[in-house]
Design a binder for this molecule. Structure first.
Ligand SMILES: [Zn+2]
Ligand SMILES: [Zn+2]
Length: 335
């Protein structure tokens, strides 16, 4: 329920030193993926990346653009115009909460559901693109907080699609209520409509719909079930890696101390290492301002939409924030 990251965080140039590690970890990631069973809506599906499958939106001129200069806490329930991010990857969220539709001629995948109020706005954006919600085969989630999961029950009713989530998130999504394993458990507004059909997906698992292949990456810490997703989209012969990275803010309610949970901190750090090494030509976050998405979609190239160092910097920002949080706790200033 909290912002992914400070959108004013420094986004300096990528250091070339990490390239070697990226290649090495990518190799491990591919091995992990190869060892995981796929979840597939079509057992005979080809594995090739999909090209753009939809016409550009034409019926959304009445949706006003999101105001510039908004904060990351603004516009959660304000409909944003749906728009193409790249190829068959579309933004269908609100001004303050992301939802991403990945399309193919054999069905689609939708990531994140926003708040209760945002769910119907996301559905409206899907329809505005000319997409039948019933052609959405899977719902995915970044993490089990109400600002990204409370609209999923509505979207499950609209699509009939199962929600795929990693095991630590399943009970919360199924019950519409978290537990003490969530650092923000005691914050108000944490409950949301339960999602009836939730299916477990493993770290490294590949979710397939026709030609689509989206890989789950365990990135816990902000919540136990935090998951990031990567896939490849193409425009003609040009194919790029898209990374939808989960929130990495180490924040809590008035009781939870990260320092009391060394295994949580260790898993948090592993997830940040994972994020830094993701294939990441285009970076998208659950709060669009967390990756400055709208400015990057504006089209003038400043800041650039394609930025292969973005996930590495995002992870570094998360590490710095986690370290600062642990120091605050050790000094008795947090929570
Ligand atoms: Zn959030
Ligand atoms: Zn959250």
């Amino acid at each position: 329920m909290t912002p992914t990251s400070d959108p004013t965080a420094p986004r300096g140039p990528a250091a070339p030193a990490w390239m070697g590690r990226v290649i090495a970890v990518l190799g491990i990631g591919m091995l992990l993926s190869a060892c995981q069973p796929d979840i597939s809506a079509d057992a005979a599906a080809p594995a090739a990346p999909a090209s753009a499958a939809l016409p550009a939106a034409s019926a959304v001129d009445h949706v006003p653009a999101c105001p510039a200069g908004a904060s990351v806490m603004d516009g959660w329930n304000d409909r944003a115009p749906p728009r193409r991010i790249f190829g068959n990857t579309w933004y269908v969220g609100t001004c303050g909460l992301s939802a991403v539709l990945v399309t193919s001629d054999q069905g689609h995948v939708l990531i994140d559901g926003g708040t209760v109020a945002a769910g119907p706005l996301i559905e409206a954006n899907i329809r505005a693109l000319g997409v039948d919600p019933h052609a959405v085969k899977y719902l995915l989630n970044s993490h089990e907080h109400s600002d990204h999961a409370a609209g999923l029950a509505h979207l499950q009713a609209a699509t009939g699609a199962p929600l795929l989530a990693r095991a630590p998130a399943v009970a919360t999504l199924h019950n519409g209520r978290g537990d003490r394993s969530d650092p923000q458990h005691l914050e108000p507004g944490g409950t949301f409509p339960p999602v009836a059909n939730v299916v477990v997906v493993a770290d490294g698992e590949v979710v397939r719909v026709g030609p689509l292949a989206l890989t789950a990456h365990a990135t816990p810490g902000h919540t136990p079930g935090g998951t990031s997703w990567t896939w490849r989209s193409c425009e003609g012969a040009r194919c790029l890696d898209i990374a939808y990275t989960d929130s990495v803010s180490a924040i809590s309610d008035a009781q939870y101390r990260y320092g009391d949970h060394p295994q949580v901190v260790a898993a948090f750090r592993r997830g940040l290492d994972t994020l830094a090494a993701l294939p990441c030509d285009i970076h998208v976050t659950p709060h669009p301002l967390g990756s400055n998405l709208f400015a990057r979609l504006a089209g003038d190239g400043t800041p650039p939409l394609v930025d292969a160092g973005a996930c590495q910097r995002y992870a570094q920002h998360g590490r710095a924030q986690l370290d600062a949080r642990l120091k605050e706790e050790a000094a008795g200033r947090k929570p």
